[in-house]
Design a protein around this ligand. Structure first.
Ligand code: NAP
Ligand code: GLV
Length: 335
């Protein structure tokens, strides 16, 4: 008998074809994410869940699924999954590290350029018929990106890819991370700084940490007040890493010059969010990895991870490596 996988919503065909070769697929072919009760109903007899970052896979979901062996998420971030509980139950988690790194770094850089050079404001001005003077010495002035100081918070896969792009723009690059990476400092010509110093020194700050209990509101009023009044904050990590209320205040009152945001505390961003009316913010709807090629690669990688686990192999995109030890310790109970 083939193992059963529940796919929570519409995914690229490439992954579905792959899953169908090895599994019986319970496919919810709908673009919006499922309601919690749908998930609870569908996971009862499955061996695997294929989800996205919008589905909360918590204790309740896992408890509703006694046979569950693997959760595969079409995302690198795993903050929507109760990792600790999954691991304690011997459930594997596979995700999509690496395959979306360059695409997400491209977006972080696009937001940096768009915010600094007021691209969206300019576009709006023209479309609204407000471009009256062909050229003016003081029209739509913004900030240079080249040659400026970039502070990266979280020098992981995406942080490194952003640093490499910044070097091409002749920027001075600082970083802050829980782990100091001396070999990368030499290789990339970048400098480690404590967070407070990085906030004070940088012209641009780009956030690339995962959302954890330590990084929730890592950037709050105190940190925003440390930044230069000409600085621009870019967030393509997770919304709750930045205290959005404090950010709105900072942008309104000019503690910082601007922001480029792909992620928000609540997604989709409510239309009445004060961010929507601020001219000095560029907003994108969580599209960091949204290129055709990358979304196909992510979909396939998550499917491959699930299949490997179901076939008793260890995939290279296993997130909770401790699960291997836990399963070995409790092998009898967990089979
Ligand atoms: P990664 O390689 O794991 O990099 C994260 C880095 O942050 C690591 O170096 C990590 O250090 C560091 N870090 C963790 N906790 C920290 C803390 N409290 N303070 C400072 N640094 C800390 O992950 P990635 O692949 O670059 O992805 C980063 C995040 O971007 C993902 O988790 C996801 O939330 C987000 N993302 C968003 C999009 C989008 O569509 N906007 C797309 C892709 C990813 P250690 O390794 O030592 O823990
Ligand atoms: C996107 O946000 C991801 O975590 O892959």
């Amino acid at each position: 008998m083939k193992p059963i996988v529940y796919v929570t919503r519409t995914i690229p065909e490439v992954a579905l074809v792959l899953l169908k070769q090895y599994c019986e697929v319970v496919y919810r072919d709908e673009v919006p994410p499922p309601k919690k009760e749908d998930i609870l109903k569908n996971v009862v007899n499955v061996d695997a869940i294929y989800c996205t970052l919008n589905e909360k896979i918590d204790k309740e979901v896992m408890d509703a699924s006694p046979r569950l062996k693997v959760i595969g998420t079409m995302s690198v971030g795993v903050d929507h999954i109760d990792v600790e509980y999954a691991t304690s139950r011997g459930i594997y988690i596979v995700h999509t590290p690496g395959v979306l790194t360059e695409t997400t770094a491209d977006l972080a850089f696009a937001l940096m350029l768009a915010s600094a050079r007021r691209i969206v404001e300019c576009d709006r001005m023209i479309r609204e018929g407000k471009w009256k003077l062909a050229w003016a010495p003081t029209m739509m002035l913004g900030y240079d990106v080249h040659g400026k100081k970039l502070g990266i918070i979280g020098l992981g896969r995406i942080g490194v890819a952003v640093a490499k792009r910044a070097k091409g723009f002749n920027m001075k690059v600082y970083y802050y991370d829980v782990t100091r990476r001396r070999e990368l400092e030499n290789e990339l010509g970048i400098e480690y700084m404590e967070l407070s110093q990085l906030l004070k020194e940088s012209d641009f700050i780009s956030i690339h940490v995962p959302l954890t209990s330590e990084t929730r509101h890592l950037i709050s009023e105190k940190e925003l007040r440390m930044m230069k009044s000409t600085a621009i904050l870019i967030n393509t990590s997770r919304g709750p890493v930045v205290d959005e209320k404090a950010l709105v205040k900072a942008l309104k009152e000019g503690w910082i010059a601007g922001a480029g945001l792909d992620v928000f505390e609540y997604e989709p961003l409510p239309p009445d969010s004060p961010l929507v009316n601020l001219p000095n913010v560029v907003l994108t709807p969580h599209i960091g990895s949204a290129s055709y090629d990358t979304r196909n690669r992510m979909a396939q990688y998550a499917a491959e991870g699930i299949i490997k686990i179901l076939r008793g192999e260890e995939p290279d995109n296993l997130y909770n490596r401790d699960v291997v030890k836990i399963r070995a310790l409790h092998s009898v109970k967990m089979i």
